[in-house]
Every structure is written in C-alpha cells, then in structure tokens.
Design a protein around this ligand. Sequence first.
Ligand code: GLC
Length: 437
Amino acid sequence: MTDKKWFSDARFGMFIHFGLYSVAARGEWYASIGQVPPEKYREYFETFNPVHYDPAYYAHIAKQAGMKYAVLTAKHHEGFCLFDSAYTDYKSVNTPIGRDLVREFTDAFRAEGIRVGLYYSLVDWHHPDYPAFKDPFHPLRGTSAALHESCDFDRYLDYMHAQVRELCTNYGKIDLLWFDFSYEGHSGPDWRAQELTEMVKSLQPDILINSRLEASGGCLGSLLTDAPSPWAGDFAVPEQIIPPAPLKTPSDSPVCWEACQTLNNSFGYTADDHVYKDSRICIQQLVNCVSKGGNYLLNIGPDANGSIPLQSENILREMGQWMKYNGESIYECRESTLPVSAFGCRVTARDHILYLHIMQQPVGPLPLSGIRPKDIRYARILSTGAEVEVLTKGWAAENYPDYTFISLASQANETQLLPDSADTVIKLVLHRPASSL
Ligand code: GLC
C-alpha cells in the first residue's frame, strides 16, 4: 500500500494549467468548445514563446502561500507536451521558447522543498490515433477530416503509455500523477489502466495516482466502494465542488480526496474571466476541505507569456499571510470525529488539539455544543496566542447548560469583533487526545 501520509499532511497544493491554450486565452477547453481547426492551433504552436515562464517564481509564490505540493499540466487534452518527449514533435522544445518546461518546473519546485506532481491528459485532441469522429469532445468531431481510416487506438495507447514512462523515468522522483479523464468508452481497461498503473508504480514506487483512470470531475470512481478496481488510484478528485461530508466507503473507511478549484472560473488562462474569488473565500474553502479530511488544490493559469495573473498572485499572497499564523490548524490536521459545532464554525483536529475555525462573527459569547469545559485544558487564539475564556459560570453558562461558552471579550457579555474576519482560529488544547473524548 502506498503511503499517503505526506499527502494528507500537506493539505494545500498548487495546480498549474499551462499550454498552447494559454495563448488562445479562452480556457483549456477552447479547442473543443470552439471546434478550432488544426491550422489555427498550429499558429499557437509556431508562436509559443512564454518568456515569463518562471517556475522558480511560481514556486516562491506557492511556498509563500503555504502550499506543499504542485501539479503541472505536462500534457493537456490539446496534446501539446511541455516536456521533451521522444515520441512527438508537438512539444515546447520545438516552439520559439525551445525549452523543456516540465524539467524547469520539477527542478524549481523541488529546490523550494515543494513536492512535484504531473498532470497528464489521457484524452488527446492532436494525436492522429485518438478517435475523433464520434468523440463528444474532439475538436474535429463529426467532420470529414476526422474520418481517416488509419486511426488505431491501440497505437495511441502505446504512445500514451510510452510518454507516461518518460515522465516517470526522466524527471527524478515524481510524487504524484494526475490523470485526466475517463468517460463513456474511455475508462479503465480502455486505457489499459492496470498495465499503466503497474508500470508507474514499478518506476516510482512511492507515487500517488489520482482516480481518473476510471473517473472524471463528476464521478469519483470505485475508490468510494468497498471493492476498488486495481486502477482506482490513491485519491479521489472532486472538481469545483467540496464534498458536503467526509468521503467514506459503504463500510465507513475514509477515502483520501483532493478538491481542485479555480481562482476565477477557468483552469487555463482566460483573458476575460475576471470573476475571481477573494482570499477570504479561498481560506474558508481550504478549511472546509481539511475539516472533512480532504486536500485543496488551487489553480493558477499563467498567461501566454507565462506570467501569473496579478489577481491570482494577490489572493495567494493574502492566503499566505493567514497561513503563516494559522497553518498549524491545517497541516497534519484531520476532520474532527467529535460533533463539536458552533454557528459558522468548522473544526480541524490533531493529537490533543481541536481547532475551531470561526468564520462568522458571533455576538456575545460563542456557544459550542459537543464539548464540556472540563475537557478543555486551555483555549487560545491561534494567531496571537491570546487566552480566550471558557465560561464555566455566569449567566450565559447557567442559562444554557448543554453548551460550553467561549468569550473573545474581556467581559463575558460583550461582543468582540473577530480579529480575522476570514477565519479566526481558536485552539482548544484538551486533556486527552481529541479522538478519545
Ligand atoms: C477537467 C477538465 C480539465 C481540467 C481538469 C482539472 O477534467 O477536462 O480541463 O484540467 O478538469 O480538474
């Protein structure tokens, strides 16, 4: 069994979507949605020159944000490779930039102490052996150009397996492989997924693989059953949604998961998508994930020149400010098995500690259910270390004996504004392990 501890401890990662689609600036699905003719795409290839592609800077931003791992699109659905594959000419080294962008990524992120992951698209809209005519997504679907008889899917699979072998052989230790994605007629055995999984694990014994050799954004695959397939992967990847509750199998075993999310509404750079979330929302979503035992993979989509959009950079900086003082309530934390609750609150847990994430301003003392004052050794605001009072007597406590009250103010009946409106974390140190209460 692969050791997933580093992954569950890390909790927060960076997704990087970058490719020829960054030039089109209409998202990574543009080729499919716009049914873009190959000649037009050829132009993006011939002029691809991201002079500001600077993974050392990306890694610096990721580190400052508190991210512990990163995943780069080595090849997206468009088929263009950011790595120097021996099996295709359709690669970044053959464009004006002339560089192996995957190697620069792995080198730079490792140098910052950040684990490296590679995204590899199973789908390929460029390879001539990827069936196009009847495919629901292929840019050439339904066209006469897609009706060539020499298309041989097995040959495509050989190519795809060989490229995955290259990624697992030529770039040192890869911590994570992010396949994307399966759909009707293209799932599991159709990808020769068992053989692929075995090959990857033999080349990179510690690597973690996501669930999309049989799953997609909308379907989490057999990891959520009691009998996962041999290619089910190591973790499930819900997309643009955070599961309402921890993911479990029917027999109640926890399932390792990671939610991937965009900062605006697009993974690939989209020039006119200005609908950015703010850092407050992203902090709360990160907490939301950890409080349900999951990871948060937050995306950046560098532009055609390779620069990170300024709005994205600002959000990550602000998240980093919060993480600097509150990261202890994220890393190595798990969901709390206790039904501790308060209005607008989420709980993460580790050893003898419960972290209450207060995201909504309380008026007066904060009522907690599910925990008794005698269970609590002391309570502090995590970011400042300031003591907060656990009320054991006084009017609030007496009138509502089933609740434990915490006061952020010096007088129990006063209201104190939350020091951090995104999430003020209260650290409750318990007398016993959180799991044994
Ligand atoms: C989807 C999309 C893809 C994106 C991925 C990220 O599967 O096809 O564009 O890279 O989700 O989760």
